[in-house]
Each structure stands twice: as structure tokens, then as C-alpha cells.
Design a protein around this ligand. Structure first.
Ligand code: BEZ
Ligand code: FE
Length: 287
């Protein structure tokens, strides 16, 4: 194939996929090439803009390592993560909705007993979290593995502190046979997503802020049920309607109730104000 021009180049690329043996790969790449070329035609992409795009993606790659996932940030801030989550987790209204995973989950976080403090020294006002895990028909789900993770009062996840491998504000608990769970942690606060890299520069060039409303992350796995990846968002947060990563669902907003110093739900006492959060999860049966 020679002498390709702007009218013939797209079909020429697609013709090269003729021998692809993976049918799904062929479908995905065919569509990707068509949309990519159409995008370039639609905006009449200049050579300078093409170079800027290449430099931007190069910077996204350079800043990415096992602690900093700029590609996920890019996907999140462009709404792609929310689109993919929504398409892949359609479920009955009674189920707890899923939302974005985010880049701060850590495999192998410590396991805790019910009632333990998962803050493990993370800074923040004390918070007591409790609720149940059930199926759509109300069946209690005991033995559900609940991964929980959150940022501290400074707006940072433990993994964002360089040179410090301690797990703070994250842990794994298992629901009781009656489906109930409870643990102690710290108050969730709003925080900006990492914005000192190319994605942050993109946001500011677009006149966008990097803030996420206060939230607590959960990933809940139970045999016979679809894994639920979600957050609980704090009611009243100023960023609920402008989340930098488009993750907020009304059904996931809950009250963190403030209490004056005094007796705490775990039978102890707090000399400082503390919070309680009650939230019940409903899992979808596995397909
Ligand atoms: C998070 O909630 O941890 C998060 C989600 C998307 C981008 C950055 C952070
Ligand atoms: Fe988060």
C-alpha cells in the first residue's frame, strides 16, 4: 500500500489487522483506530498539538511507578473510569452502587479483628464505623472480606508518605456471621488528588480543581456475590457535586455524626470529639 492520504489511511491501517487471531483485540483496536483518526480529523490536529500530546503521555509514563499511577488518574479525571465502572456493574436498585477504584488500594493490608482501630496512628478525629453486609433478599452475609482504605486528616494516603512502609488508615476486616461489622478509624476529609504531575497540569489548564469529597473506600468480597468496589461519601462536603474523578452517587452519601467527648460505641471514652458512621452494604449475587 502506497500513496496513502487522509482519506485512505484509516482503511489501510484496519486492513493490516486482517490476520489478528484474537477477535476481541481486533474489535477493540479497529474501533480505537477509527475513533482516533476521526478525532484527529474533527479537531484538525496540528503537528504541534500532536507533539504536545506525545509529550504529555510521555510525562504520564515517566511519573508512574508502583506508588504513583498517573494513568489511572488520567482515566479517572477524564471520566473513563466512571464510564467503565457504570457499564460493568449494572445491578438491581436495591444493591449498593459501585464507584471508581482509584490508585491507592494496596494488596496485603493488615487483617484486623472487628472493633479494632485501622487508623494505626494515621492523624484525624476518631471515627467509629458500623453496619451490615447483606444480599438483596436481606440474607446476612457473614465472612465477607472487607478491605477498607482512606486518607488522613492531611489528605494523604499512607502510600503517599515517601520512605515509610507502614499501613495506616487501611486494613482488612471480616463481617460477623450475622453480617455485621464495626471498626474504628479516623474522620474522612476532602483531599486533592495528586496534582503535581501532568494530570494536575491538565486540570489547571482546563480550569478544573483537583479535589475529591471526603470518602471512605471499601472493597467487599463474599462467595457467591459480585465483588463490590465502592466508597461512602460524607454528607455536606463542598465537593460532592464537583468530584475531580466523577465518582459520587447519591445512594453512597452518608452522615458522619459528630459527638462531644464522652462514652464511645466500643465501650470506651473519648476525651476529644468523635464521629460515628453507620452504613449497610447490599451485594449483588454473582452472575
Ligand atoms: C481515591 O479516591 O483514592 C482516588 C480516586 C481517583 C483518583 C485519585 C484518588
Ligand atoms: Fe480516596
Amino acid at each position: 500500500m502506497r500513496n496513502l492520504n487522509e482519506d485512505t489511511i484509516t482503511q489501510a491501517v484496519l486492513a493490516r489487522h486482517a490476520n489478528a487471531t484474537d477477535a476481541r483485540l481486533k474489535t477493540v483496536m479497529t474501533s480505537l483506530v477509527q475513533h482516533l483518526h476521526e478525532f484527529a480529523r474533527e479537531v484538525k490536529l496540528t503537528e504541534e498539538e500532536w507533539v504536545a500530546g506525545i509529550e504529555f503521555l510521555t510525562a504520564v509514563g515517566h511519573i508512574t511507578d508502583d506508588k504513583r499511577q498517573e494513568f489511572i488518574l488520567l482515566s479517572d479525571t477524564l471520566g473513563l473510569s466512571t464510564l467503565v465502572t457504570a457499564m460493568n456493574h449494572r445491578k438491581p436498585d436495591a444493591c449498593t452502587e459501585a464507584t471508581v477504584f482509584g490508585p491507592f488500594f494496596v494488596e496485603g493490608a493488615p487483617g484486623y479483628e472487628l472493633g479494632d482501630d485501622i487508623a494505626n496512628g494515621a492523624k484525624g478525629d476518631p471515627c467509629f464505623v458500623r453496619g451490615t453486609v447483606r444480599g438483596v433478599d436481606g440474607t446476612p452475609i457473614g465472612g465477607a472480606v472487607m478491605e477498607v482504605w482512606q486518607a488522613d486528616a492531611e489528605g494523604f494516603y499512607d502510600v503517599q508518605y515517601a520512605g515509610d512502609e507502614a499501613h495506616r488508615g487501611r486494613g482488612r476486616i471480616i463481617s460477623a456471621p450475622d453480617g455485621s461489622f464495626h471498626f474504628r478509624s479516623i474522620l474522612a476529609e476532602a483531599y486533592p488528588i495528586p496534582h503535581d504531575g501532568p494530570v494536575g497540569r491538565m486540570l489547571s489548564a482546563l480550569g478544573r480543581h483537583p479535589w475529591r469529597p471526603a470518602h471512605l473506600h471499601f472493597m467487599i468480597k463474599a462467595e457467591g456475590y459480585e465483588t463490590l468496589v465502592t466508597h461512602v461519601f460524607r454528607d455536606g462536603d463542598q465537593y460532592l457535586d464537583s468530584d475531580a474523578v466523577f465518582g459520587v452517587r447519591s445512594s453512597l452519601i452518608a452522615q458522619w455524626v459528630r459527638h462531644e467527648p464522652g462514652p464511645t460505641p466500643d465501650g470506651g471514652a473519648s476525651s476529644q470529639p468523635f464521629y460515628t458512621l453507620d452504613f449497610d452494604f447490599v451485594l449483588n449475587p454473582a452472575a
